[in-house]
Ligand binder design. Structure first.
Ligand SMILES: N[C@@H](CC(=O)c1ccccc1NC=O)C(=O)O
Length: 287
């Protein structure tokens, strides 16, 4: 009998600072078969320029459906997709943010510290340490490469075995520069990272080495980009690859994977994102 996936929305922060976006969607098999210890979690961080209310944790659902009906399904212990507090978007056409909504009025580093709290929660509940693939798309890929030990001094973050960054923004200065004729790019970055003196350190490409980032300790590090991406330029992936290739053992663990499709088609199609996850998994097995 084939097992179905059951889905739950769980809350990872309940303190006084918690917002209604401190939730994680979790999908687990109803009847886990096979040897559970050898199975992996796939944990997703969505994009949306740190502000778009229409791109959230559910943007991983199409890929999960594809993965769960694929021949790779027995590789997976479960799937999780983390929501995090957003920066303001009062000009959004249908769901504008309002000043009284704490979940949509944060700035750097709250997005990434929310994600870190989400990972802690998943570790407590599902023991993901050393058995998860961390996947991020666009601003989510930025966060996948921003996470480091020391973000919280008390407890170490669970270590992913691989990190897959898709259509990521890794060097903010170059990102804004490459689109200097389109004001919304600078608006997006100023909105999420209003203190420009933090841009260098917050950009995964230019942050100081020796920061104990999660990505550099992964066994497989994948940078992926589509030639058809109309929103994030190729240089972002090239620069991050250059940075990744500067770490020890890079030749055995740093890879580029060609994606296809438009920027948001990568996740909305399901197939493209699912195929990148499966390819990352196979790089792992042979590495
Ligand atoms: N839909 C977003 C725009 C967006 O997501 C975006 C635009 C340009 C470059 C990257 C983007 N997303 C990265 O997470 C918005 O409405 O702000």
């Amino acid at each position: 009998m084939t097992s179905t996936l059951s889905h739950r929305l769980e809350t990872y922060s309940r303190g006084i600072d918690a917002t209604k976006l401190n939730t994680v969607d979790v999908w687990t098999p109803d009847t886990p078969g096979g040897i559970a210890e050898s199975k992996l979690w796939v944990i997703y961080i969505h994009g949306g320029a740190w502000r778009d209310p229409e791109v959230d944790s559910k943007s991983f659902a199409p890929a999960i459906n594809v993965l769960w009906s694929s021949s790779s399904r027995d590789s997976f212990a479960g799937f999780a997709s983390i929501n995090y507090s957003l920066s303001p978007y009062p000009s959004h056409k249908t769901i504008p943010s309002t000043p009284d909504d704490a979940s949509r009025n944060v700035h750097h580093a709250r997005h990434v510290t929310d994600v870190a709290h989400g990972l802690h929660y998943l570790q407590d509940r599902y023991k993901i340490h050393n058995r998860y693939i961390l996947v991020g798309h666009s601003a989510g890929a930025t966060m996948a490469f921003q996470l480091y030990q020391g973000l919280f001094s008390e407890t170490p973050l669970p270590q992913p075995i691989s990190v897959l960054g898709i259509a990521g923004i890794y060097y903010f200065e170059a990102f804004v520069e490459a689109h200097s004729s389109i004001p919304v790019y600078k608006e997006i970055m100023d909105n999420a990272f209003p203190d420009q003196t933090l841009w260098r350190e917050a950009s995964p490409y230019s942050s100081r080495p020796g920061k104990e980032t999660l990505w550099e300790h992964a066994e497989v590090i994948v940078i992926s980009r589509s030639e058809d991406d109309e929103l994030v330029e190729k240089e972002q992936a090239s620069l991050m690859l250059e940075r990744a290739r500067s770490i020890p053992h890079a030749p055995e663990k740093v890879f580029f994977l060609q994606a296809s499709g438009l920027h948001d088609e990568i996740w909305s199609s399901g197939d493209i994102l699912a195929s990148l996850v499966v390819k990352t998994l196979s790089l792992h097995k042979t590495s």
